[in-house]
Design a protein around this ligand. Structure first.
Ligand code: ADP
Ligand code: MG
Length: 702
């Protein structure tokens, strides 16, 4: 197949943007390293680092109306320097100043040498700009940002960028200004009608304007400058997806039209009836399977909606047709759980699923590999180990990707390459709003399980500060009956799983002492896999009624008797994750509850998250809110390195732009699926600008 995108040598006009940050004037090695790590190695990355707020440093005259914490510029006349005699003193140096009859105090810690004497000579007016604070009825500015002799030297409007350790505002501003000087004018890739309709500027003009806001309104995602740049991102993404889609569906898919005897047998043996939604979705999948079209389908269903059974039905069709079907899960616990439950389901059918996970005995691994390669294994269940090169399939016809948001694009594609024209069924319990599904997967077909099995009572959710942990423990002591099971999820500390583990161990020790009757067990990622399985087993089948765990149990764990979920440091989890965790309960008929323990004080976003959790059990609503609160990247999960995330596009605001970009991309790709035609030169530049050319080349097997 022709892969024209590999011919996308980077166009010369873009060279300046892909120069290293270290080639910018005045940017030293140390600074360029930090910028490289936090923002990116290239000039283009700096230009995309958009300011998140704006400081307006307008000259103020009336001290009385200045609010605490406001950034102001004042004309001050220093009248006295008060410097601690002892140079090592912790006491700050103070410079007292007159302001039109009033007084302002400038405060400096560790002032060096005679810097202050030179910068603020006595009785000479100076413009001083910084954050003003009221302290005992006096106005103070600690470490002003600017001290100048003329007003012109102070920027009236100063864009503020996200900073990180080692990167301060001044050098970053300088680097960005230098980067902007290199922004070239580029041919227009946006459809002329769209550009006119919104009154958008050219790309280079918008790029510079992005960094020079003069009003708050310009920072809003719906300001034309940001809209235009967001559209660029969306269009590049949609073009890439459309191209991948064309290449991956070009070859014919396989036809799987089994006789249905295995599927019928399964339906006869399960102790419940399918929900209507399950029946519908099973039909949608089987329609894909029986046509020559290659299946690329996303199955969305809230936690507990019964996706596993749908997947097994699809797999059985493939098995009936003589090929292999595999299901891949993001964690070993989940893979083993699937293996257990699917083994039980398939036992009456005489099918023994094969398990392949990372931590198995060498002999088991060897046996699994050969059964998979020789075709003896028909239903295969595993983790990332399935992706490994060593794992060769005899005749893989279908992969089911469970909790697909945990996998990257790359992994999904490798899996699809493990056979010829492998059908892909990607499942997610974190429902993805339609718009996001479109960006992430282009035209992936969509199936939705929008109904839960009958008889599930909604979960009651409460939030309380961690200070009330004793109440929670006391309540558990009273209410936990011998049939109830409780999950206790310990804080997620992102920096290190070591700390997570320590926190879980400490909590486990405490709870073992205070709730001995529940016979607590501990579960975390650093335990040996035998020990973990043992703990899960005790919780599932044994005398353990309290499982103290890290967020490891987040996805998929299915223990219907569990009815109480306690989540510590709930403020640290994202909404989607909280919903996933909560979804571990409410799976049986019992009334279930979820307690969100948080550490006060709560930030604004965390407060909003917990409020949504209390109000809603609806995964779709939660996913939409999550996107609003955190931006789409987080909803999708893992960020792919080398695959630039959206910087400006935010689907909470730009959904309409997404469908415009989608349509424009479709129009282009319809006639020129490799984007090689002369009239699409501008779009090729766009792809290179967002480095989608590389992604496409990879995705297309280039
Ligand atoms: P999820 O969609 O979260 O992956 P599962 O597939 O794990 O959900 O199913 C959750 C539970 O519901 C399992 O215990 C499963 O056996 C059960 N289940 C699935 N379908 C039905 C149904 N139609 N009626 C009753 N229970 C069902
Ligand atoms: Mg599941």
């Amino acid at each position: 197949m022709e892969t024209g995108y590999r011919k996308f040598a980077r166009q010369e006009v873009l060279y300046p943007l892909f120069r290293g940050v270290d080639t910018l004037k005045g940017i030293g090695g140390r600074l360029s390293k930090i910028i490289g790590k936090r923002i990116g190695d290239y000039v283009i990355d700096l230009t995309r680092h958009a300011p998140h707020s704006l400081i307006r440093r307008h000259l103020r005259e009336n001290l009385a109306v200045i609010k605490d914490g406001e950034v102001v510029t004042l004309l001050l006349t220093p009248t006295r320097h008060d410097r601690p005699a002892d140079r090592n003193s912790r006491r700050p140096t103070r410079v007292f100043c007159d302001h039109d009859g009033g007084q302002v105090e400038l405060v400096f810690f560790h002032a060096k040498g005679d810097y202050l004497a030179r910068a603020l000579p006595l009785n000479q007016p100076r413009y001083v700009s910084g954050r003003a604070e009221w302290y005992q009825q006096k106005l103070q500015i600690a470490h002003p940002d600017y001290i100048t002799a003329t007003l012109e030297e102070i920027p009236k409007n100063e864009p503020i960028y996200a900073l990180t350790a080692g990167l301060t505002a001044k050098p970053l501003n300088k680097a960005i200004a230098a980067a902007l000087d290199l922004v070239p004018s580029l041919p227009e890739w946006i459809d002329a009608d769209i550009k006119t309709r919104f009154g958008w500027e050219d790309w280079d003009v918008a790029m510079r304007a992005l960094h020079r806001p003069t009003q708050e309104a310009e920072l809003h995602p719906e300001h034309p400058i940001r809209m235009r740049l967001a559209y660029d991102e969306l269009l590049a993404n949609q073009l890439a997806l459309a191209m991948v889609r064309v290449s991956s569906t070009q070859g014919k898919g396989r036809v799987f039209a089994g006789a249905g005897e295995l599927r019928q047998k399964l339906l006869d043996t399960i102790p419940f009836a399918l929900t209507q939604a399950q029946t519908r979705v099973i039909g949608e999948i089987s329609a894909d399977q029986t046509t020559e079209k290659r299946m690329l389908r996303l199955l969305q269903g809230d936690v507990g909606s019964g996706k596993t059974l749908v997947a097994v039905m699809a797999m059985l069709n493939v098995v009936e047709s003589g090929a292999q079907a595999a299901i891949i899960a993001p964690t070993e616990i989940l893979a083993r759980q699937h293996h257990d439950s699917i083994s039980k389901m398939l036992e009456p059918l005489g099918i023994k699923p094969c398990l392949l996970v990372g931590r198995m005995k060498a002999k088991e691994t060897r046996e699994a590999h050969s059964a998979i390669a020789e075709g003896g294994a028909r239903v295969i269940i595993g983790t990332h180990a399935l992706i490994a090169e060593k794992t060769q399939f005899h005749d893989l016809g279908l992969v089911v990707i469970d909790e697909q948001h945990r996998f990257g694009v790359r992994q999904r594609l490798i899996l699809g390459d493990k056979g010829s024209a492998v059908d892909v069924l990607a499942m997610t319990a974190t429902p993805i709003p339609r718009s996001l599904a479109m960006t992430a997967y282009g035209d992936l077909d969509n199936s939705i399980l929008d109904e839960k099995p009958a008889g599930r009572a909604p979960i009651t959710t409460t939030a309380m500060p961690i200070a009330r942990i004793d109440d929670v423990v006391a309540r558990l002591r009273q209410t936990a009956s011998p049939t109830q099971k409780v999950y206790w999820v310990c804080p997620l500390i992102e920096e290190s799983d070591k700390i997570d583990v320590a926190a879980a161990e400490a909590r486990f020790t405490e709870l073992s002492a205070s709730l001995p009757a529940l016979n607590p067990r501990l579960l975390h990622g650093r335990m040996k896999s035998d020990a973990r399985e043992d703990a899960m087993h005790a919780f599932r089948h044994g005398t353990t009624h309290l499982l103290v765990a890290t967020s490891l149990i987040e996805v998929g764990v299915d223990i219907p008797e569990a009815s109480i979920m306690i989540i510590e440091s709930a403020e640290r989890f994202g909404l989607a994750q909280l919903h996933q965790l909560r979804g571990r309960v409410g799976r049986g008929g019992a009334q279930s509850s979820c307690v969100l323990l948080y550490r006060a004080p709560l930030g604004e976003v965390a407060r909003a998250r917990l409020a949504i959790m209390r109000e809603s059990n609806d995964g779709f609503r939660i996913a939409t809110e999550d996107m609003r609160l955190r931006g789409p990247g987080e909803v999708l999960g893992e960020k792919q390195s080398g695959d630039p995330e959206f910087m400006l596009a935010n689907l909470a605001y730009h959904e309409d732009l997404l469908s415009l970009a989608h349509n424009q991309a479709q129009d282009i790709i319809k006639t020129d699926s490799t984007l090689t035609a002369e009239q699409h030169q501008a779009q090729r530049i766009l792809m290179a600008l967002f480095e989608r050319d590389r992604a496409v080349a990879y995705l297309a097997g280039g």
